[in-house]
Design a protein around this ligand. Structure first.
Ligand SMILES: [Zn+2]
Length: 71
């Protein structure tokens, strides 16, 4: 390395990892509740309302859906 860094690495990767851990979820396409919660989640994140964002992501993760039967 010809130009050694004299400051710590930016925490961007860690922040992204933590964000995904806290707020990662997979809203189900076509599910009205998931769609509404997903909108609520992005609003809360925009507003830096981390508590609401976390709760909303958890709701999406825990939203029950009937198992799809394979054709
Ligand atoms: Zn759903």
């Amino acid at each position: 390395m010809t130009n050694p860094r004299s400051y710590p690495q930016p925490a961007v990767e860690l922040a992204a990892f933590v964000d995904d851990y806290l707020y990662g979820c997979s809203p189900v396409a076509g599910c009205g509740v998931c769609t509404a919660l997903s909108a609520e989640l992005s609003e809360a994140r925009k507003a830096n309302d981390h508590g609401t964002a976390y709760d909303t992501a958890a709701e999406i993760r825990n939203h029950p859906h009937p198992a799809k039967t394979k054709p």
